[in-house]
Design a protein around this ligand. Structure first.
Ligand code: AGP
Length: 604
């Protein structure tokens, strides 16, 4: 996710902006830039890659007097990670930084281009500064021009604008993406996407609400709310610990990332859903020309999202789909048919085994696609096409939000292919898109469920193992739940198809064998219930997860009633993630950096 910083004052503006961006590095980025207005002159610096590249470019740049400045770390959504696409973006004599997605940027851009405006970048952000300057020319009042501009934007934004005609002012607006402003007794003003950059600089901060907009000068902080009413800042004190600030108050990054899933799924959907079809600007429809099979290849959690995808491709797209574990696939003598689209899935885009299979597919002249969370990674550069999951940087070694956004992208892709192959009716497509729009709600963590899981986790700190069981698309979710538990609690767990337990594993059933049973109401419920009753009859300790009351379980975690099994999938995903988190915390493990594991396995 992008990061924003802003500063107004007479300290070292460059250093304040760069160190602020450094504090936001954890949000993930692939380019960065700053713009400073000092003595009526703008200085602009941008760099692709890590912040050290930007620091190198600015090392001769001195800021030792009053200035206004804005800075940005960009996580590419529209347009590749290049210097041209890096923020801040320039109009004629104004600069803008922005976090979020302007959904109506295409129509704004077209009108501006018709007025003769030349665009330099492929980003949605650039329309903001050109629209502002168009309004400024018309009304010759900075704040009126800014207010009009904000009223014309649709989508999510946290944005800052500086303009040469008002060298002592920074305009701000917030809607859907976080931003706050900090003040102190030296009349300095600070902006950031989250509070860690302001620690040690600002005395108190105001977290903007959706719809807030306004401006700061040396003497003023002027805020208007979504009803265009002038409001007083709601100041609060800043925490003093930067690392806990990056965790935004959660105990671990993994916990924070579980709670972020609703927002990052919403980000993943932005710009890709219309009422009747899925839109992927980033791929050509001809990618699927001549394709009769989709082969998915990945490792670990990404393999589990691929397995989930296979059910959707065959059910919705009516296309043959096979799934491979990369470390196995690369040493077999696999048949690589030309009518197969080879898809690799990776959070990091650097996993050695998966990357090698991608190269194998390329050598066999197959069309290739990567589903990835890190733009400009090795797999993104290697594949013919790429769809980004927009989960933002995932710091917890145990993957959560990357998995959630991978499944979301696959759900959309299966519908995209269904449209191409005419395998779903328009009404069926509309229904699925309606469900997709409800997914961010389904992944909001319920305090009640989290508290329940915290309490019952104390019963699962021992035993001779866990089975996570599920049928159909809930089998890959069972595998994922088992992997989460293994990774961070170091307790043994297996994911298993519910219907397979009677073919051997049920021999393990006794009170010390814990079965986490996924019981979706809308998919094979009775079959799954029978499997659980077989285990319960043999005294296995059962924890059932369902929207329907189930009295044969020793523990029961009730999820919200859903209208479809896909929403049940995401609700149950939250539960199995939280269960592994709370067990691990009770065992005193390092949840974010479990023993023996790395966030990206770049070796064989
Ligand atoms: C997931 O919780 C694990 N950290 C691990 O299985 C991971 O999914 C696997 O190493 C693949 O990583 P990738 O998605 O970056 O390719």
């Amino acid at each position: 996710m992008c990061g924003i910083v802003g500063y107004l004052g007479d300290k070292n503006t460059k250093e304040i902006l760069l160190s602020g961006l450094k504090e936001l590095e954890y949000r993930g980025y692939d380019s960065a830039g700053i713009a400073v207005l000092q003595d009526g002159e703008f200085s602009i610096y941008k760099a692709v890659g890590k912040l050290v590249n930007l620091e190198e470019k600015t090392k001769e740049f001195i800021t030792d007097k009053f200035a206004v400045g804005i800075g940005h770390t960009r996580w590419a959504t529209h347009g590749k990670p290049t210097e041209l696409n890096a923020h801040p973006h320039l109009g004629e004599s104004s600069y803008v930084v922005h976090n979020g997605i302007i959904e109506n940027y295409a129509e704004l851009k077209q009108k501006l281009q018709e007025d003769g405006v030349k665009f330099l970048s492929q980003t949605d952000t650039e329309v903001i500064v050109h629209q502002f300057e168009k309004n400024l020319l018309a009304c010759e009042d900075g704040f009126k021009a800014f207010s009009k501009t904000i009223s014309e934007l649709e989508g999510a934004y946290a944005t800052l604008i500086v303009t040469a005609s008002l060298p002592d002012t920074i305009f701000f607006a917030k809607h859907g993406s976080p931003m706050l402003v900090g003040v102190n007794d030296e009349d300095e003003k600070f902006f950031a996407s989250s509070d860690s950059p302001l620690i040690g600089l600002a005395k108190e901060v105001n977290y903007f609400e959706d719809g807030d907009y306004g401006y700061v000068t040396k003497d003023e902080l002027v805020i208007y709310n979504k009803n265009a009413e002038k409001t007083k800042p709601n100041f609060s004190q800043l925490s003093t610990d930067k690392l806990s600030a990056q965790k935004d108050g959660y105990r671990f990054f993994m916990e924070k990332e579980i709670y972020e899933q609703s927002d990052v799924i919403a980000d993943t959907l932005i710009g890709r859903l219309s009422d009747e079809e899925i839109v992927f600007d980033e791929i050509d429809k001809n990618l699927f020309d001549g394709i009769n099979e989709i082969k998915l290849c990945a490792c670990g959690t990404s393999y589990h999202s691929a397995l989930s995808a296979s059910y959707m491709f065959e059910r919705y797209s009516k296309i043959r789909c096979s799934v491979e574990i990369a470390s196995e696939f690369r040493y077999r003598s696999p048949i690589m048919a030309k009518d197969t689209l080879f898809v690799v899935i990776s959070q990091s885009g650097e996993t050695a085994d998966t990357l090698e299979t991608l190269k194998m597919a390329k050598r066999a002249n197959l069309k290739t696609l990567v589903i990835c969370n890190v733009d400009n990674s090795s797999m993104v550069r290697e594949a013919d096409a790429c769809i980004l999951t927009r989960a933002g940087i995932e710091k917890g070694v145990a993957s959560t939000k990357a998995f959630a956004t991978q499944v979301t992208v696959f759900w959309m892709l299966s519908l995209y292919v269904a449209k191409l192959r005419d395998s779903l009716t328009t009404d069926e497509l509309k229904y699925q898109i309606h469900l997709l729009r409800e997914t961010p709600v389904a992944t909001k963590v319920s305090d009640e469920i989290h508290e329940k899981i915290k309490r019952l986790s104390k019963r699962y700190l021992h035993g001779h193992g866990f089975f996570f069981i599920g049928r159909d698309i809930f089998f890959p979710l069972a595998l994922e739940g088992a992997l989460k538990l293994k990774e961070i609690s170091y307790l043994h767990a297996e994911g298993y198809p519910s219907g397979e337990m009677k073919h051997g594993p049920i021999a393990l059933a006794d009170p010390e064998l814990f079965t986490i049973a996924l019981l979706p109401e809308h998919l094979l419920y009775e079959k799954s219930k029978n499997n659980v009753e077989e285990l319960s009859a043999r005294d296995s300790t059962i924890c059932a997860i369902s929207a329907k009351e189930f009295d044969k379980a020793d523990d029961f975690i009730k999820i919200n009633p859903c209208k479809d099994y896909m929403l049940e999938f995401f609700e149950m995903m939250i539960v199995v993630q939280l269960l592994s988190l709370e067990i691990s915390i009770r065992l005193g493990n390092d949840v974010d950096m479990p023993r023996n594991l790395a966030k990206s396995v770049t070796v064989e």
